[in-house]
Design a protein around this ligand. Structure first.
Ligand SMILES: [Zn+2]
Ligand SMILES: [Zn+2]
Length: 248
């Protein structure tokens, strides 16, 4: 079956999340998604909260919808690494060590919002992680990723040609939601086949104006369209600022 999912989701288990896992599951079900992969802030969790994350993920999953637990780790070198499928806390450490432990737990390791580090990431980290966010809705633009994010991703891929690209919601509240899916073919809606598809790059990143395969490839026509849209959005934002200034 075809499944559409959203990655890197914060619930109330994170200090800045606004919805419970049950509310998130029902919100995303209503929007036509079949799976969610959580990315709760590790520093907000303790063993009891991790257990809640595991229990609530299971309780809100059935044969039509799957919630995969996941934790976002604030590691050294100013990076955040999201471990999808991770169910045990990992102490703060060097990103390469944390990625190794994510893999030990059968998880999928994503470099979150590389925009925050200017897409400058050391080769040892890029070679350890599975994927980087080619588009984080919170950081790289709500309706389309900025062309800078796409070229930043290409730069990182030069240090690891196998680096996968994921588009993430980094969801905290419904107001910043944008319809952006990870789409894949799965035999059943459960954690293992979904994680396996991610690990094997068997998915596409898709929204209304954007489509990139798991390797971050965007067709030239779409790349051109993306440039036009993001330029128009910049103009609209500038015009709005001017308008507000003159009417204040
Ligand atoms: Zn983060
Ligand atoms: Zn986050």
């Amino acid at each position: 079956m075809r499944a559409k999912g959203a990655l890197h989701i914060h619930s109330q288990l994170s200090h800045d999340g606004t919805l419970t896992i049950a509310e998130l599951a029902s919100w995303y079900r209503g929007k036509g998604y079949q799976f969610l992969a959580m990315g709760e802030h590790g520093e907000d969790l303790n063993d009891a909260k991790v257990q809640t994350l595991i229990d609530e993920s299971a309780r809100n999953s059935d044969d039509k919808f799957c919630v995969i637990p996941g934790i976002e780790f604030a590691v050294t070198r100013h990076m955040h690494i999201v471990g999808l499928g991770v169910t045990r806390l990992i102490p703060p450490n060097d990103p390469v060590t944390v990625v190794h432990e994510i893999h030990q737990q059968g998880g999928f390791a994503i470099l979150a919002h590389p925009m925050r580090i200017g897409w400058q990431c050391a080769a040892d980290v890029l070679q350890a992680i599975d994927a980087a966010e080619i588009w984080n809705v919170g950081y790289d633009g709500k309706y389309v990723p900025s062309p800078v994010a796409l070229s930043g991703f290409r730069g990182m891929q030069q240090l690891n040609p196998n680096l996968l690209a994921v588009a993430s919601h980094d969801f905290h509240r419904t107001a910043s939601y944008y319809d952006l899916g990870i789409e894949m073919e799965v035999a059943s809606l459960s954690r293992e086949p979904i994680l396996q598809n991610l690990q094997n790059g068997r998915y596409v990143n898709r929204s209304r104006f954007f489509r990139a395969d798991a390797h971050g490839r965007v067709s030239p026509i779409r790349a051109g369209l993306l440039n036009i849209i993001s330029r128009q959005l910049r103009h609209i934002r500038k015009a709005r600022t001017l308008f507000l200034r003159f009417t204040a």
